[in-house]
Write a protein that binds this ligand. Structure first.
Ligand SMILES: Nc1nc2c(ncn2[C@@H]2O[C@H](COP(=O)(O)OP(=O)(O)O)[C@@H](O)[C@H]2O)c(=O)[nH]1
Ligand SMILES: [Mg+2]
Length: 233
């Protein structure tokens, strides 16, 4: 059962998230919220993604951690705007943190906004950040049963990245079983197996990303009109 205070915090978060979502809608930015355990490879995955974006693509990254700017330093090497959000203790990002950092960029139009949440499979699940979709990152070093143990995030995610498949020869992990568990929780979840180290599977991921961006533009009837208004007023 959700405690009344927690309910109030979440509904305030939902209100701010709705504002973030409508601003991102106006500029047509596809926003994805990456959630996974510490060390699953979220930053490594985003680093390789930035390297592979076609030239002329605009993208930005917000990366969340409890402490340090380490991930922002890694991600900024790839030539895209990056901001670190250090929560100072909170185990998740919230919509207010995202909103204040997006104001630093004046809610500028990007093709993609990638948000790396604080490493955790539980707390970030409840906090809407105004994203278009959640992506759960699981690595083969974590055990196949994580979808059954942490069903909330697997239920809400539209995509599961199964990372570190280069380690499969060395760890007792059955990818088919992990996928079966994830689909038991969420029959619609799309799954991509990849290695951020070797680049295996990134062709599928980059194709998914491009399709998702086109689908968002296609299904956002407000985008063109709203964009014209913000461009010409
Ligand atoms: N072998 C292997 N190691 C990886 C892969 N992706 C990330 N790593 C390593 O896993 C560790 C944690 O990665 P990091 O990106 O910091 O994870 P995060 O905490 O989820 O952001 C680092 O030592 C990475 O080099 C992968 O696909 N294969
Ligand atoms: Mg990281």
């Amino acid at each position: 059962m959700i405690h009344p205070i927690e309910r109030k915090v979440l509904s305030e978060n939902d209100r701010v998230a709705a504002g973030v979502r409508s601003r991102l809608e106006i500029v047509g930015t596809l926003t994805l919220n990456f959630i996974g355990s510490p060390g699953a490879g979220k930053t490594a995955f985003l680093e390789r993604t930035l390297q592979l974006l076609p030239s002329g693509t605009s993208a930005a990254v917000l990366t969340g951690d409890i402490q340090t700017e380490n991930d922002a330093i890694r991600l900024a090497r790839h030539g895209f705007p990056v901001q670190q959000i250090t929560t100072g203790g909170a185990c998740h990002l919230d919509a207010r943190m995202v909103e204040s950092h997006l104001w630093e960029w004046r809610f500028k139009e990007f093709d993609y906004l990638f948000i790396e949440n604080v490493g955790n499979l539980v707390c970030p699940t409840s906090y809407d950040l105004g994203e278009d979709g959640k992506v759960v990152v699981l690595s083969v070093a974590e055990g196949e049963d994580k979808p059954m143990k942490y069903p909330g995030i697997f239920r809400k995610a539209e995509l599961m990245i199964l990372n570190k498949v280069d380690l499969l020869p060395y760890v007792p992990f059955q990818p088919e079983l992990a996928c079966e568990y994830a689909r038991t929780i969420n029959p619609d979840i799309h799954i991509i197996q990849c290695s951020s180290l070797t680049g295996e599977g990134f062709g599928d991921w980059m194709a998914w990303l491009e399709r998702r961006r086109i689908a968002k533009r296609h299904f956002s009837p407000n985008h063109e009109e709203a964009h014209l208004q913000t461009t010409f007023v």
